[in-house]
Design a protein around this ligand. Structure first.
Ligand SMILES: Nc1ncnc2c1ncn2[C@@H]1O[C@H](COP(=O)(O)OP(=O)(O)O)[C@@H](O)[C@H]1O
Ligand SMILES: [Mg+2]
Length: 208
């Protein structure tokens, strides 16, 4: 069983959406996937209720319950994806500490980029492998992506090679308890998530 933690102090950057998209991609790849929702707002748990499907399994957990929840999952789940709350939380450190890979979603905006060093420090403190994931990029503005990549690199960090652009399919999918690969498999949004999952899967294999 391997664990991916999605963390970023800034809200609204796409943490929960990324957790759901990667979980669905992994499940479609044949993995048994558990999402641990650590955000008291429970947006992934609510998505799971709209979804009414067996996979991915979604459970809510506090940081105190996390070791027990992971222990219970270790025989059944191939992959655990942990969604964490925004702001300074006690959940994010607990989830980063046990991660095989940490992903920090960011939009190409100054506010999340200014918050990123804090999450990077947390990952480095625990010695966990970490990548930023550029999300909600303007589909017609490639300059924005290269600038964001440069800012991330100037922090001594790396961005995932695959960028997710701002696409309506993500919102539509959320509304129906699905992911973009399910609502519109032929869409650019689905192709991006699929490419990102291929890269994540290879990173996880490398860290085994
Ligand atoms: N790539 C994207 N394109 C368009 N909308 C997106 C994308 N990623 C996330 N969203 C939307 O942005 C909003 C915030 O995303 P969410 O995953 O809830 O962020 P967080 O968990 O970081 O607070 C949601 O309405 C979601 O549907
Ligand atoms: Mg969220």
């Amino acid at each position: 069983m391997q664990v991916i933690t999605i963390a970023m102090q800034k809200g609204g950057v796409g943490k929960s959406t990324l957790a759901r998209s990667l979980a669905v991609a992994a499940a479609r790849d044949g993995l048994s996937v558990l999402i641990v929702d650590m955000d008291a707002q429970q947006s992934v748990s609510q998505w799971a209720e709209r979804r009414e499907a067996d996979m991915p399994v979604v459970v809510f957990s506090t940081e105190n319950e996390l070791p027990k929840k992971l222990d219970q999952a270790k025989d059944a789940a191939d992959l655990v994806i942990i969604d964490t709350p925004p702001a300074r939380s006690t959940e994010a450190p607990a989830a980063v500490e046990i991660a095989d890979l940490v992903l920090i979603p960011t939009t190409p905006d100054v506010e999340p980029l200014e918050q990123m060093p804090r999450t990077l420090r947390l990952c480095r403190g625990f010695g966990r492998p970490v990548y930023a994931v550029i999300n909600m990029a303007n589909p017609t503005g490639p300059a924005e992506v290269s600038y964001t990549r440069e800012v991330i690199e100037s922090m001594g960090a790396k961005a995932a090679p695959v960028v997710l652009h701002r696409r309506k399919a993500h919102r539509d999918a959320s509304a129906s308890g699905q992911s973009v690969q399910e609502v519109d498999p032929g869409s650019k949004a689905a192709a991006e998530v699929s490419a990102l999952w291929d890269w994540v899967r290879a990173e996880l294999q490398g860290s085994k």
